[in-house]
Design a protein around this ligand. Sequence first.
Ligand code: XIL
Length: 297
Amino acid sequence: GTTLGASAAEKGRYFGAAVAAGKLSNGTYTGILDREFNSVTPENEMKWDATEPSQGRFSYTGADQIVAHAQSHGQKVRGHTLAWHSQQPGWAQGMSGSALRNAMVNHITQVATHFKGKIYAWDVVNEAFADGGSGGRRDSNLQRTGNDWIEVAFRTARAADPGAKLCYNDYNTDGINAKSTGIYNMVRDFKSRGVPIDCVGFQSHLGGLPPSDYQANLQRFADLGVDVQITELDISGSSQATAYANVVKACLAVSRCTGITVWGIRDSDSWRTGENPLLFDGNGNKKAAYTSTLNAL
Ligand code: XIL
């Protein structure tokens, strides 16, 4: 193929980008988006602070704009994210116990129902595991409601939108390490107990080449019976072009790796200010990393 999306589709995968609703009126931006990508993830518009700014009052303006754009251009939508310690509305940040648990369940039910039938895969829970060597959960207000908060989130999402694939998503999980193994053990437990989980997202915010066991790590999750996806790929550093190619090759080598999403389109769209970690430069021109990515697909 001659574009990322078409080439990925030839391999039975999608190639997506994180999208900001406020940029959909920019012709350079949408020109690249609609030429190259066949999946989108709202960069911020589906997060708790955006969709429920005051308790029980839901706001879908930006998210609906992105979903409408995707539907009219044949792009899948990855929903991001239903339950996360970060980017919570102020009213939720101060809650705890059963009040917070009930608020989380209501939030998931309302948002997943609003987008029912339009979401390919939801990042149901984002970044719930701790960095470092513990392999355990990250402390957060959600974690303090009880260790079962993650499975409750997944069961709630399944009930609201049975057609969406339900993913757990995290970072610093690129190789086989304590954090990824903690998540691996959770997924294995969920599968053994019938907790609904369909996929694991690897954010892959990288600072150079992926670890040498990147493919093996994806494969061990796939072997548990879940899809795996690269969900927020961006790569800084001088080995960028090679690193992108290596990530693509690893995904293609794992039959259950269903797609790759880059976390923005142009370097000027990236949350990693000054690191230029994306596939297009600030003028929308293809970088060497674009070419190596396309050639690897
Ligand atoms: C980032 C967005 O790109 C920024 O615009 C926002 O200010 C902060 O969040 N992990 C995630 C994403 O799961 O939601 C984050 O997105 C990047 C890290």
